[in-house]
Design a protein around this ligand. Structure first.
Ligand SMILES: [Zn+2]
Length: 169
């Protein structure tokens, strides 16, 4: 997969962009990626199309090897990644989640796509549902978007954590 430094924001956070399929090739890139990760790094995985078992393994190696004292965020998480986080919560170890994509369809034009949710700290399934109902369809501009996943399950990793703050050490 392609991994490159994309930009540095004004407050000096650098963005490391991941693009393509996270598969066995990622294993060879692990040392290079760990070198890239300095304090105040955003891992942007919005362009990651898939992550297989090898990709998961390498991802865990990256986040468990990097210095946990460094401030590292993960942004633009696609829904396929969030599905995996619900099975393997460790995929977010040492990371601050800042944004994710919610999969929706439009009941007016039948379009299907994902919308970005950025105010993540406040998110519950009810809030996500309300957020989706206020968004316009990017194709027909109607406000008839509906989640195509069960939001309680999709956001389970987050809401469970909030409800049981001491459940995970
Ligand atoms: Zn539409």
């Amino acid at each position: 997969m392609r991994v490159y430094l994309a930009e540095t924001t004004e407050d000096e956070w650098q963005t490391l962009t991941f693009e393509g399929n996270a598969d066995q090739q990622l294993k060879t890139q692990v040392p290079e990626i760990i070198d890239y990760i300095i304090d105040k790094t955003i891992l942007d995985i919005g362009k990651v199309q898939s992550m297989d078992q090898d990709g998961i393994h390498s991802w865990l190696e990256i986040i468990h090897t990097m210095d946990p004292e460094k401030r590292v965020s993960i942004s633009n998480c696609p829904s396929h990644f969030i599905d995996k986080v619900n099975l393997i919560p460790q995929l977010l170890d040492n990371l601050q989640l800042t944004s994710l994509y919610l999969p929706v369809n439009c009941t007016s034009c039948k379009g299907q796509f994902e919308i970005l949710f950025e105010d993540f700290e406040l998110l519950s399934s009810e809030e996500a549902s309300e957020f989706i109902s206020k968004e316009e369809c990017s194709k027909c501009n109607e406000k008839n978007l509906k989640p195509i996943v069960d939001l309680k399950i999709f956001l389970g990793f987050h809401t469970t954590k909030k409800r049981n703050p001491n459940a995970k050490k």
